[in-house]
Design a protein around this ligand. Sequence first.
Ligand SMILES: [Fe+2]
Length: 318
Amino acid sequence: MASLADELVISPLASALPFGATVTGLTAAQLEQPGIRRQLNDLWIERGVLLFREGESSQAFHLALSRCFGALEAHPFPESRQEGFPDLVKIKFYPGDGSYYDVGGELRGGWLPWHSDLIYTHRINRGGILRPVQLPASGGETGFIDRIAAYERLPAQLRDRIEGLHVVYHVDVDMSLQGFAGAGPAQLLRMAASGTQIQRRKFSYPRVIHPMVYTQAETGRKVLNISPAFAIGVYEDGTAAGDMLLRELVAICTDAEFSYFHRWQADDMVLWDNWRTLHCATGVPIDQTRVMERTTIAGDYALGRRLGLDGPDADFDV
Ligand SMILES: [Fe+2]
């Protein structure tokens, strides 16, 4: 017979959202149980974003929980890794270091527009879990939006038009240069020391392409597979018409009405499906510090390709 310890306490992430769930009070003992791990995996695939709240929360638990969903991998940029912990990405903003921007007249430290992690590589990671280390007194929210729901919002004629098309992506850590991010005018006022190192070598990374639409293997649901940040155009149409199509898709995909912005509490952890959702960081006032750690859950949906002068690097019908 099931005891309380065998059962997950699950509730909606927010009312009227087509994605997300909250798991309350998860313990290390529960995590040992194969049945619980299966349930968590099923819930993740079904809902896309899981908030873990009022449960165990430590660096060790963060890593153990992440490994329930797959093997972990190190971030491709050494500058992004947490010292001594290659499986953790350190996301940080300090008054003395960190990128900040003027976004529509407001100064925001660590601001990041809507994106999918590692979309600028041909093997995008399966997911990640974010955990706060030091929270600011204000700001520092993380936004999430669901791209299965976004695909379902597309008019039929647009769905037909994008079938078989691809988006081109390239590394650029200057978020003010993201032409498709749709955040309005943003100006970089200071780049983080780590970002400067990555930016110096950005042309050594190849451009990649990913299909605009892909099907979630476990459920057969289609995903509007675009990331506004890091996108540089439509592979099959580099004209203004292609750019206009991508802007139209971004506007539908990132419609604020369907987003969720997480206000962090100290013991929270949030897991997201990086193949299905977008996330963003609102940033913090530039006199505040925010430090987060993120795991990178490995995987390969096998649809991304590197671009060379001769086209995609693999036998791939574009
Ligand atoms: Fe991210």
